[in-house]
Design a protein around this ligand. Structure first.
Ligand code: AMP
Length: 607
């Protein structure tokens, strides 16, 4: 039997699921759908975006409401217009075989009359942002006095955005006997408070660990001098020619500044923050979705609800004030089963925050060095070679080849390749040859602050994540079995079938002796001293992995790097720029489809 049918869903919903191509229920769907179908109960579910949570509450709601009635029976509150529209679209897709279904989106920045008319036609389900919903209630344009199901989606986001009072007021117009389903990626105090205030012994569902980020995301940090932050960002982008990223800044001002600077330096970038008009934001998001923008610089609030599945990197240009927010940021990548990298650029004074984030996400950060100029040149060269290798031949070139062949008669293939790629290589080489490396100072890992490397021993152990260990579990296991203190085991790095860890050299004999003949579950656990290398060298070095390999990378991405980095007609100008020390990328390479002023905030335009 179909796995979704087994959860208790009716045939017409299963049919829609088949149409969408969903094969198996996600974890949150598996855990939630049967509960919500079986019981009339409140529910608190801890799940990130991208886990399939819309379907987890959407299908039960669609099955339970009466499609033949025109009364509003379901209300879904979401923090942003973006998310509101996404949920509405998803709900329409899920309910495409429900004849007579009307799902209406209610959000600010669009005609309230049109929305009211849609509701009047009989919206069984309303998906709304709190501000506009409150407005429509006060104008008596909606009636939610008979709703049976209320969903608070991304509750933590809504509360972060200051919607507590709006939510309270909206819910006061709903009947007390309805079921309330709350979905949240994290569970800060405020969300627990909402759960207590509005819900009756809710069922609880947790997907993954509380507050834990996606397992598909790896976390890296780059320690740089505070003044090198922007240079480091550029290098991270240059070292990843296929990057498709969201870059987070703390303030609207910084967001705007960084985006403008990137555009100026020739990157396909755009800004997304609250000082832009709704229309400007729509234009930016459209360009981002169409991948005309490779680097979207955003504030936390504006980025909420961004639902783009193939973001390769999240870059924390600055860490958020509330470290819990990091989970949301990093959750923008590693979606829909893909892997992603969340990078953090930190200065020395912030490095201790990395430790606190590690505790929340229950994962260790990889400390990396900002790629050197030569590493970037190599990556760019390989990406460019790769692109040329994959270029389809345009047969229209045929009539001109004779002349070109004559011109190159005295040039060997080897020489031709050198000449061809030199033109690309030189641009980056000239730019980077004089630039200093943005190396971190020693003692940069949080734990290095209180530990000198010479005094430390690194070990290899033949157990890893396959055996059920993450870094915390392994640390606990080692501490307990070796009878060491809290901080005696550190730099724990768990791989698939093995792991590394450090202790002070003074514990070396004890560790080796203990594991000489140690068996667990009938298997020998083997510990050996491993070469003393720096953390990132152990892991293959910074910057090259994503963009460097020949033969890697999708065609779409190569196209993007073409747009932003390798336009041939710009060569002359670019080398002029190089000699003046400007970025090897050039702003005129990229023209956003929405015109030139999309990244300028509304306020400055008014001046
Ligand atoms: P959400 O967490 O609701 O934002 O969903 C993230 C994405 O996953 C959406 O594009 C859904 O259409 C998709 N999705 C939801 N459930 C499944 C499933 N069981 N299998 C495959 N894709 C899914």
């Amino acid at each position: 039997m179909n796995a979704f049918k087994e959860l208790g869903l009716e045939d017409h919903l299963v049919q829609a699921i088949n149409d969408l191509g969903f094969e198996t229920p996600s974890e949150v769907q598996e855990k939630t759908i049967p509960l919500l179908l079986d019981q009339e109960s409140d529910l608190v579910a801890l799940a990130q975006t991208g886990t399939g949570k819309t379907a987890a509450f959407g299908f039960p709601m669609l099955q339970k409401i009466d499609i033949n009635s025109r009364t509003t029976q379901g209300l879904i509150l979401s923090p942003t217009r973006e998310l509101c529209l996404q949920i509405t679209n998803e709900m329409k897709l899920y309910g495409k075989h429900c004849k007579g279904l009307n799902v209406t989106a209610i959000y600010g920045g669009a005609s309230i009359t049109d929305q009211a008319n849609q509701v009047k036609r009989g919206a069984q389900i309303i998906v709304a942002t709190p501000g506009r919903m409150k407005d429509m209630i006060s104008r008596r344009l909606v009636d939610i006095s008979k709703i049976e199901y209320a969903v608070l989606d991304e509750a933590d986001e809504m509360l972060n955005m200051g919607f507590f009072e709006d939510i309270t007021e909206i819910l006061s117009y709903t009947p007390s006997e309805k079921s309330t389903w709350l979905f949240s990626a994290t569970m800060p105090k405020e969300v627990s408070l909402i759960a207590k205030k509005f819900m009756n012994s809710p069922l609880e569902v947790t997907v993954g660990h509380k507050n834990m980020g996606s397992k598909n995301v790896s976390h890296e940090y780059f320690l740089v001098g505070a003044r090198d932050r922007y240079q480091a960002l550029k290098r991270l982008a240059d070292a990843n020619p296929e990057i498709f990223s969201v870059i987070f800044c703390r303030t609207k001002r910084d967001t705007q500044k960084v985006a403008e600077q990137l555009i100026e330096d020739g990157y396909s970038a755009g800004a997304l923050h609250g000082d832009l008009s709704q229309n400007q934001r729509d234009v930016v998001m459209k360009s981002f979705r169409a991948k005309q923008i490779q680097m979207l610089v955003a504030t936390d609030v504006a980025a909420r609800g961004i639902d783009v599945d193939d973001i390769t990197h999240v870059i924390n240009y600055q860490l958020p004030d509330e470290i819990e927010t990091y989970t949301h940021r990093s959750g923008r990548t590693g979606r829909a089963g893909k892997s992603g990298i969340s990078m953090v650029i930190v200065s020395k004074s912030e490095v201790r925050k990395i430790k606190s984030i590690e505790r929340i996400i229950q994962k260790e950060f990889i400390k990396k060095e900002v790629p050197t100029g030569m590493e970037i040149c190599e990556v760019q060269l390989k990406a460019s070679a790769n692109k040329i290798h994959d270029t389809e031949i345009n047969q229209e070139i045929e009539p001109y080849l004779n002349e070109i062949n004559t011109l190159f008669e005295d040039v060997s293939k080897d020489e031709l390749i050198k000449k061809f790629f030199s033109s690309e290589f030189t641009r980056f080489f000239n730019y980077y040859k004089k630039s200093k490396d943005l190396k971190s100072q020693s003692g940069s890992h949080p734990e290095d602050n209180y530990r000198a490397d010479d005094n430390s021993t690194r070990y290899f152990i033949n157990i890893g994540s396959k055996d059920g260990y993450d870094w915390m579990k392994l640390k606990d296991f080692l501490r307990d079995t070796l009878q060491l203190n809290q901080d005696d085991v550190y730099k724990v790095d768990v791989k698939d079938s093995f792991a590394f860890f450090n202790t002070d050299a003074s514990h070396k004999d004890k560790v080796l002796e203990f594991f000489t003949d140690f068996k667990q579950d009938g298997r020998f656990i083997n510990v050996e001293i491993t070469e003393k290398k720096s953390r990132d060298r152990n892991r293959g070095g910074g910057g090259r992995r994503s963009g460097g390999g020949y033969g890697g990378g999708g065609r779409g991405r190569n196209d993007r790097s073409n747009r932003s980095g390798f336009k041939s007609e710009s060569r002359g100008r670019r080398s002029d720029n190089n000699s003046s020390g400007r970025s090897p990328r050039r702003s005129s390479d990229f023209k956003p489809s929405g015109g030139g002023d999309f990244s300028r905030p509304r306020k400055s335009r008014r001046k």
